[in-house]
Design a protein around this ligand. Structure first.
Ligand code: NAD
Length: 476
């Protein structure tokens, strides 16, 4: 890895961390670009296919001794990694800001703080797992699935790998992580924290690279389970390959999540619903798989909702409160979706001041609300992965649920009502892995994952550990 422009990006010529040893990459060289400046900040020489294979061999060799450790020892290891992430917080924050373009406050409070919380929560949850249960004349026992290949995207460059590290290592699995090529430096930062925390050699291994390294990793027959987070398209391709060899697969994929305002909301609840939905949709520049990208409102409330949207939209300013998108291709793609929606009759709401203040360089997109959106149109059906909220009107509750469920996805949702029982009943009819009632807080102990095209399996807490286990029955 050679460095450009910014002396504060650490220079370490590594493309892989295998069996406790840092290796110079022997694969292709790729630039890492700062999406705020559009300038390269580093050049990473990635892992070769042979280095990917060596990483799987190291994870395989370390498997039996890691599986033989106690639950308490593994929980301690997770807590040690969490503590190290907190120690390395400044360095990691810097990397996330440079690679993702995230504003500092977001990088600190969300990107860097959340993974440490997840590790601690998983260590705590491990004590509640029924590792061994008597069922009639059987002892039903959880065993680690074996060698895990983790493939992750760039949008939460620490949280996504850590959700897999926490579950897999706690279960007693060993692993090879291939983070996204766009966030390779943060991947190195995480591996350094894991090394510094004293996790034994071979238990956690890292290979840097793009789709080629990912393919080499997931097609290795010594990999027992692939845990993938990313696009539905790539996830489906990987799943077909892994299932064909009867391997295990977990998929955390895309979403098109609804925020449903019911017709009983008071003025203050409606205000909160609009404000929080906008903030949720625009979080991380709209590059969040669970983002509530469709605001479903009773037709009679449309006028008031529009007023509130105009007021709160002004709070989201590119270059200040909001970072850029990851690359030019993604920024152009978002603008194309907006243009297509307009052709199909949607009205665009953008804050003029935000538009005027948008930095000249960087892959910024002005936060956008689309009004009068047809729920069957492309913009309301497909994941845009940018700061675009579609407002959709409905007649009655039955229609609201039908629209909420009317996409291929089922990752997240929110229901707003002054009647919690009614909101809960609607939440139960929404086909998605998580539903927040009146903006309920993220819970690192609750299972995270999707219905339908949003994925297979669950991460986090007890459920996220059990997903990395096989069940064995021993009869007496
Ligand atoms: P992507 O699918 O293009 O890439 C994700 C990862 O897969 C990267 O590491 C990439 O190098 C690797 N990869 C690409 N092709 C591969 C192949 N053929 N074989 C093996 N590995 C391969 O996704 P992206 O564009 O980087 O990320 C955005 C997507 O991730 C969005 O669709 C978003 O919804 C999804 N996502 C889902 C969740 C979730 O938890 N459900 C969380 C975050 C992001």
């Amino acid at each position: 890895m050679t460095q450009h422009n910014d002396t504060s990006v650490p220079m370490e010529p590594y493309g892989a961390y295998v069996d406790g040893v840092w290796l110079s990459g022997a694969g292709q060289t790729r630039q890492v670009v700062d999406p705020r400046t559009e300038l390269p900040i580093a050049e990473v020489t990635e892992a070769s296919a042979e280095q990917v294979s060596a990483a799987v061999a190291a994870a395989s060799a370390a498997g039996p001794s890691w599986a033989a450790t106690t639950v308490a020892d593994r929980a301690d290891a997770l807590r040690a990694v969490a503590a190290q992430l907190r120690k390395d917080a400044d360095e990691l924050k810097h990397l996330v800001c440079r690679e993702l373009g995230a504003p500092e406050a977001l990088a600190e409070k969300l990107h860097v703080a959340l993974p440490a919380t997840v590790l601690d929560a998983t260590a705590e949850a491990a004590a509640e797992i029924a590792w061994k249960r008597r069922v009639g004349n059987s002892s039903v026992e959880l065993e680690p699935v074996g060698v895990v290949a983790a493939v992750t995207p760039w949008n939460y460059p620490l949280h996504q790998p850590v959700a897999k590290v926490a579950g897999a290592l706690m279960a007693g699995c060993t692993m090879v992580l291939k983070p996204a090529e766009q966030s390779a430096l943060t991947g190195l930062g995480l591996a350094r924290a894991i090394e510094r925390a004293g996790v034994p050699a071979g238990v956690f291994n890292l290979v840097l690279g793009g789709p080629e390294a990912g393919e080499a990793l997931v097609s290795d027959r010594r990999v027992d389970m692939v845990s993938f987070t990313g696009s539905t398209e790539v996830g489906q391709k990987i799943a077909a390959q892994v299932v064909a060899r009867c391997g295990r697969v977990a998929l955390e994929l895309g979403g098109k999540s609804p925020s449903v305002v019911l017709d009983d909301v008071s003025e203050s609840r409606l205000d909160a619903a609009v404000k929080v939905t906008l903030a949720n949709c625009f979080l991380n520049s709209g590059q969040t798989c669970t983002a509530w990208t469709r605001l479903l409102v009773p037709r009679s409330m449309l006028g008031r909702v529009e007023e509130l949207l105009a007021r709160y939209l002004a709070r989201h300013v590119p270059g200040m409160t909001m970072g850029p998108l990851i690359d030019r291709r993604q920024a152009d793609r978002v603008e194309e979706y907006v243009a297509e929606a307009v052709k199909q009759g949607a009205r665009v709401m953008r804050d003029e001041t935000a538009e005027a203040r948008r930095p000249e360089s960087g892959y910024y997109v002005t936060p956008t609300v689309l009004l009068d959106v047809d729920p069957t149109s492309r913009v309301a059906q497909e994941e845009i992965f940018g700061p675009v909220l579609s407002v959709i009107a409905y007649g009655d509750e039955r229609e609201a649920v039908e629209i909420a469920n009317g996409t291929p996805y089922g990752l997240a949702a929110c229901v707003w009502s002054d009647d919690e029982e009614r909101a809960t009943s609607v939440a139960r009819r929404i086909r998605s892995g998580q539903v927040d009632v009146n903006g309920g807080r993220f819970n690192p102990l609750a299972p995270f994952g999707g219905f339908k095209s949003s994925g297979i399996g669950r991460e986090l807490g007890v459920y996220g550990v059990e997903d990395f286990c096989e069940l064995k029955s021993i009869q007496y």
